[in-house]
Design a protein around this ligand. Structure first.
Ligand code: PLP
Length: 387
């Protein structure tokens, strides 16, 4: 395959001269921007992109920059730039701040009271749901807070039937935002309707104490994909769709992650002989088998043993035998190739694409787990455009 220019990623900061020696991840920044614009157009409200877990494994700092979030050395992009970004931990927020990020950051998971001082000093918007925490936060001089309402996820926030208990706290210290989270938006519109109804009921109980301009937000990727008429409220919080891990086909999103590995060895295997640990695969006739420099220690999941498919020179080649820690074997009997050639394990090569969702499905894991399971051993490279 042709080798287009590549920028080093800002997270792993690999050496560009060696990063493509073995296995590496290419992140298509143009595709990220395209997906953000497409989701913005569909949701019809500004986005709060979720960049938790290092932007689902694809680099949080670089993703924020790509999406036009303000940095010390980069003003906020004028149009369609996100309202802010979402993280799950204070370390994730601190990493963005240390890199010069000046945009709004919401931490969507509950923080313990002991963590609130740090949240204020990092300049994080916390998701709160206890009256004591709300009162405490108002003394800290931090940015606005968001009220988390649990409408059936049963994970975090005040239960929708209990919001009246927060009336005094909300009246005394009004939140900047109020939000909920769906448990099955992509699988069941009825469950989303239920949760929408509960959220609406909870909001009406607080209607006279919430500030007029309070920012409502509820939609994750699944909800954005499910609604034809746009997202209710003032923001939407996509994660997986931004990275094209799900809904890529339905929403016309572009593949962002391209995981590549070099062929490092090639051999003949004769009829009846086995490949890899446990001898789980045997050649039915004379075969050519290529060894790729990627394994489960890189995040190429062991579940893809005898199930995965890779692209070499745009041609599909099946994984044979078990994926090992550092190497994976593929059948290349049908294809001329040599040591040093590049296999695409996730993503596009030529006119074919192995989407993140498809690869995850082959391995019986969720696309979320496949992406966040890519490890530090894989250098991350940013590409301006991959087509
Ligand atoms: C992770 C997360 C999202 C994004 O979910 P996706 O399914 O990846 O779109 C949105 N909101 C909250 C609170 C989350 O934790």
């Amino acid at each position: 395959m042709a080798t287009p220019p590549i920028y080093p990623g800002t997270t792993a900061d690999p050496d560009p001269s060696t990063a493509r020696d073995r296995a590496w991840l290419e992140v298509d920044e143009e595709a990220l921007r395209y997906n953000a614009a497409a989701l913005h157009a569909r949701a019809r409200v500004p986005l709060l992109p979720m960049v938790k877990a290092n932007a689902y494994g694809l680099g949080a700092v670089a993703t924020c920059r790509t999406l036009g979030v303000a940095f010390r050395d980069q003003p906020q992009a004028a149009d369609q730039s996100p309202w802010g970004v979402g993280v799950a931990t204070l370390d994730e927020a601190a990493q963005l701040r240390d890199a010069g990020c000046e945009g709004r950051i919401l931490c969507s998971t509950p923080l313990r009271p002991e963590e609130l001082a740090r949240a204020a000093s990092v300049g994080v918007r916390p998701a709160l749901h206890r009256a004591e925490d709300i009162a405490f936060w108002s003394t800290m001089g931090g940015p606005g807070w968001h009220l988390a309402i649990d409408t059936g996820m049963a994970r975090a926030g005040v239960r929708w039937t209990d919001v009246a208990s927060l009336r005094d706290a909300v009246a005394a210290h009004p939140p900047e935002g109020v939000f909920t989270h769906f448990h099955s938006a992509d699988e069941s519109v009825a469950s989303m309707d239920d949760q929408d109804g509960r959220f609406q009921a909870a909001l009406s109980q607080l209607a006279d104490v919430l500030p007029a301009g309070v920012i409502e937000h509820r939609d994750n990727s699944g909800a954005i994909a499910s609604r034809e008429a746009g997202s209710p409220g003032q923001l939407a919080r996509p994660g997986i769709a931004l990275y094209a891990g799900m809904f890529a086909e339905a929403l016309g999103l572009r593949q962002v992650a391209h995981l590549r590995a070099r062929i490092v060895d090639i051999r003949h295997v004769e009829a009846g002989e086995s490949v890899s640990y446990g001898a789980t695969w045997r050649a039915s006739g004379l075969c050519r088998v290529a060894t790729l420099a990627i394994g489960y220690a890189d995040g190429y999941r062991r579940h893809l043993s005898n199930a995965g498919v890779v692209l070499i020179h745009g041609v599909r080649c099946p994984v044979v035998g078990r994926v090992t820690m550092d190497m994976t074997m593929v059948d290349v009997s049908h294809l001329p190739c040599a040591v040093g050639d590049v296999a695409t394990v996730i993503g596009a090569d030529g006119s074919d694409v192995l989407t993140t969702e498809w690869v995850a499905d082959r391995g019986g894991v969720s696309p979320y787990e496949l992406l966040v399971g890519l490890t530090m051993r894989v250098p991350m490279l940013r590409r301006p455009a991959i087509t």
